[in-house]
Design a protein around this ligand. Structure first.
Ligand code: ZN
Length: 269
């Protein structure tokens, strides 16, 4: 943290005294535990009864990190954050508050944060949480996965499809890109992409695009289709942009240069 003692020790010319009390050098132990303002904050937070002396603060804190409940750690974090926040308000805005006021603000923020987390937990279904689908996920052990994407360029009378087949270890098995003439919508282009991928699985072609997808899915009990974000589908996305002519297919037995980095990224832990 850019406290004054540390800035000075790195040759930066700043005052070295604590901006809250002007009584001591501003080092970590002073600012967060020894300063009158800090002591005032801890007293109002009412969570430090078991600390005997200021010098023991670092070991007290380490002990809390190992043993305290989540609720207690949240409170401790908010006390430290409040001290640092109001120290900065003093330095940059010359604003001073009491420890009681600082802690009221800290715990109001903590309550708001806890309420917000409750809402997220109770209203958003697991499948919609973005962090769970922002990276490519391998299929089950021994399985294979096809990723497919369509690339529709505005003003261009054709669209491309890219697809990639990989094993559970993320290793590239095969890839393909195809260019088709006109699609009415991105949805249609992507549906055609799904159909083409299913054709690769079963070499079947029947009926209209969606119907044929459904038919194939019904027949292919081991195949399933789901939506993933572009960030979890980077290899297929790159293949969809691979240059090729309308109604031309390019098959790959090893990954082309444009997807090597994305394959390695997907396969990384
Ligand atoms: Zn001080």
């Amino acid at each position: 943290m850019p406290i004054r003692w540390r800035l000075r020790s790195r040759g930066i010319i700043v005052p070295i005294t604590c901006p809250m009390c002007n009584n001591d050098v501003e080092h970590m132990l002073h600012l967060f535990f020894d300063c009158n303002f800090a002591a005032d904050c801890w007293a109002h937070a009412n969570i430090m009864q078991d600390m005997t002396e200021v010098e023991a603060a670092p070991s007290w804190l380490l002990d809390k990190l190992a043993t305290a409940s989540v609720e207690e750690l949240e409170k401790i974090s908010m006390v430290l954050w409040g001290i640092w926040n109001w120290r900065n308000r003093k330095v940059w805005d010359n604003k001073s508050v009491t420890g009681a006021f600082a802690m009221d603000e800290s715990f109001k923020t903590l309550t708001t944060w806890r309420e917000a987390r409750k809402i997220v937990k109770s209203t958003v279904p697991v499948s919609q949480r973005t962090e769970e689908c922002s990276k490519w996920r391998p299929p089950e052990q021994g399985g294979f996965k096809i990723n497919v994407d369509a690339s529709v360029m505005p003003g261009v009378n054709s669209f491309s499809i890219g697809m990639v087949l990989r094993g559970h270890d993320g290793v590239f098995v095969a890839g393909k890109t195809s260019r088709f003439s006109v699609a009415d919508s991105v949805f249609e282009a992507e549906s055609i992409g799904v159909r083409e991928a299913l054709k690769e699985v079963n070499y079947l072609e029947v009926g209209e695009v969606i119907d044929s997808c459904c038919n194939m899915l019904n027949k292919l009990r081991y195949a399933s289709v789901c939506f993933v974000r572009k960030s979890a589908n980077r290899v297929a996305h790159s293949l969809a942009r691979y240059p090729c002519l309308v109604h031309c297919h390019v098959c790959f037995s090893s990954p082309p240069d444009c997807v090597v980095e994305a394959i390695m990224y997907d396969a990384s832990p």
